[in-house]
Design a protein around this ligand. Structure first.
Ligand SMILES: *Cc1c(COP(=O)(O)O)cnc(C)c1O
Length: 193
């Protein structure tokens, strides 16, 4: 059973009014772990455990780490999340509340990722990359599959982009749905370049 949930697709009256055509919001904040990350990280974690992983290690101090922590809890495997010093105390305690171990290393994600890689090597855990894996893209694609199942074929999908995992999943989903004229606008969060 997938670890993510099917989310509502709601038409936003104020946004539709501003844009002059229907704008729909996919309510990914309602996912377990509060973001779309559960789709891809959940599938990747499920497959890792099915292939024998007994420990999961994540290098994300954000929603990806939180999703791995929740996935590990659901799957009954221990999780260690290595976060940089910049990860907010609130996110650290959300991750810790799942039962995952939170370790702090480095000031930026690259440094935390290096430490997580070493840790996974040492403890024999599986390193869960936050965006760069085909299982993640396949899992994220389900956000589009659900829109397709609801019978809506959008003219355009607007998607946030950081590492590009969600974007890859959305493109994969659009390809699977067979939408040939749907455009995709990727919006990069300031500071993630
Ligand atoms: C992870 C995340 C992103 C960026 O996703 P990528 O797959 O890294 O491009 C954008 N917004 C939110 C809320 C996220 O959790």
């Amino acid at each position: 059973m997938p670890l993510h949930t099917v989310t509502p697709l709601l038409e936003s009256a104020p946004l539709s009014r501003i844009v002059g055509r229907s704008v729909w919001l996919k309510m990914e904040s309602m996912q377990p772990a509060a973001s779309f990350k559960m789709r891809g990280m959940g599938l990747a974690a499920e497959r890792a455990v099915a292939s024998g992983a007994t420990q999961l290690v994540s290098s994300s101090g954000g929603n990806a780490g939180y999703a791995v922590a929740c996935a590990g809890r659901a799957l009954g495997v221990p999780v260690t999340v290595v976060v940089p010093t910049t990860t907010a105390p609130r996110m650290r305690s959300l991750i810790a509340a799942t039962g995952a171990e939170v370790r702090v290393a480095g000031t930026v994600w690259d440094e935390a990722h290096r430490e997580a890689t070493n840790l996974a090597d040492q403890c024999g855990g599986v390193l869960m990359h936050p965006f760069d894996h085909p299982d993640i893209w396949e899992g994220h694609a389900s956000v589009i599959t659900e829109v397709h199942d609801s019978g809506i074929e959008p003219g355009c999908v607007v998607v946030a982009v950081g590492g590009g995992g969600l974007l890859a999943g959305v493109l994969h989903g659009i390809d699977q749905a067979g939408w040939s004229t749907t455009r995709v606008v990727a919006v990069e969060t300031e500071g993630t370049a």
